[in-house]
Ligand binder design. Structure first.
Ligand code: ADP
Length: 261
């Protein structure tokens, strides 16, 4: 077993939007403007060989800026959850193509989907964005490439053993495992804090895991991270099983189809 096991911890809820975020955003815009400027000049002087590269750079910065604003919006809004009966395997399969493209050639991507997986009670949109976030984190931890496994499983918490804050009950577990850098103990302590990031300015917002944590808390789930420096990381997202009745916290009953339970 990995020693550096760290459970999610209680966090004081919402972090304030700080000047740091505006600063990050500004850096992204500066990157876009700089690239556009270079494109303009290169075109003006007929040097087309580097234009592709600058367009790529502008695109990357713009995508980061867009991702940042949508995360900030979601974070600020603290979207109300829409818990419905969800087939997590189907959700993973639906994202597979996008994930493969996002991860690129360097990352070997594998899914291990449990054939008898329970129906989950969760917010499909939030779960998708959590999965994407986890896979992007995994990719970022494997700059040299590596292996990423997305796995689903049933988990029954019915014994008296300590599962680090996981309430008794049935869960669907969605886990993302990478063979990347892993995290130091001091990083592990802070990963769920809003705005904590070890990534270069403009690349990390530090909101991914804190939002996933918030989502898990709100939906009666749980996040568990198992990471070892130099070996890799597994993030497990525990989602409540759907029991064929009104899911916990749901305020939109009508959208809940009958689950296989
Ligand atoms: P961001 O990805 O924007 O930095 P997150 O909240 O998603 O924000 O992650 C916070 C930090 O946790 C990252 O900057 C990184 O140091 C660490 N981290 C998250 N996922 C992984 C992973 N799979 N492997 C190694 N480190 C990770």
């Amino acid at each position: 077993a990995h020693e550096a096991l760290r459970q999610s911890q209680k966090m004081d809820a919402v972090g304030q939007l700080t000047g740091g975020i505006a600063h990050d955003f500004n850096n992204m815009l500066t990157g876009i403007i700089g690239s556009l400027d270079l494109i303009q000049r290169n075109i003006a002087t007929g040097r087309m060989d580097r234009v592709d590269r600058y367009i790529e750079a502008a695109m990357t910065s713009a995508q980061r800026a867009a991702a940042l604003t949508s995360r900030l919006l979601a974070f600020g809004r603290r979207q109300s959850l829409d818990l419905t009966a969800i087939d997590v395997n189907a959700l993973v399969e639906g994202l597979e193509e996008l994930l493969r493209r996002t991860l690129g050639e360097q990352v070997e991507f594998e899914t291990r989907l449990a054939s008898d997986l329970w129906t989950a009670s969760t917010d499909a949109h939030q779960l998708e964005s959590a999965l994407l976030n986890l896979c992007i984190n995994a990719r970022d931890a494997m700059p040299q490439g590596g292996k990423l496994i997305v796995e689903t499983a049933n988990f029954e918490r019915d014994d008296g053993r300590d599962h680090g804050g996981l309430d008794a009950g049935d869960y669907v577990v969605l886990s993302v495992t990478d063979s990347g850098s892993g995290m130091s103990p001091s990083t592990l302590e802070k990963v769920f804090e809003p705005f904590f990031t070890t990534k270069p300015v403009g690349q990390g917002t530090g909101l991914g895991l804190s939002m996933i944590y918030g989502f898990a808390q709100q939906s009666g789930g749980h996040v568990q991270i198992d990471s070892e420096l130099g070996r890799g990381t597994t993030v497990k997202l525990f989602v409540q099983r759907f029991h064929g009745e009104r899911p916990v916290g749901s305020d939109r009953l009508s959208q809940t189809p009958l689950g296989a339970g």
